[in-house]
Write a protein that binds this ligand. Structure first.
Ligand SMILES: [Zn+2]
Length: 75
C-alpha cells in the first residue's frame, strides 16, 4: 500500500532503461518481485507468472510481496 497504491505493472520483462516504455500492460501492480541488484519488479496478477520466468535478476525460489489487493487471496 502507500507509495505502491497507484503503481502500474512493469511486467513481464521489467521495463528498465530504454525498455522502460516497452511494457504493454497498464494494470495496477499487485505483486512486487524481488530481484538481484535491481529494483523490485511490480507486476499485475496476469504477469506475475511470466515475469518470474522472463524478467532479469529474479531470485529462485522467487521472493514475492503482495502490495495490492487480490479478491479471494488471503496473505
Ligand atoms: Zn501486467
Amino acid at each position: 500500500m502507500g507509495v505502491h497504491r497507484s503503481a502500474l505493472c512493469r511486467g513481464p520483462y521489467g521495463g528498465e532503461g530504454h525498455q522502460a516504455g516497452g511494457t504493454d500492460c497498464s494494470d495496477p501492480a499487485v505483486f512486487e518481485v524481488v530481484r538481484h541488484n535491481k529494483p523490485p519488479l511490480l507486476v499485475c496478477p496476469v504477469h506475475l507468472g511470466p515475469a518470474l520466468l522472463l524478467a532479469s535478476g529474479v531470485l529462485w525460489p522467487p521472493e514475492i510481496r503482495l502490495i495490492g489487493r487480490v479478491p479471494g487471496l488471503r496473505p
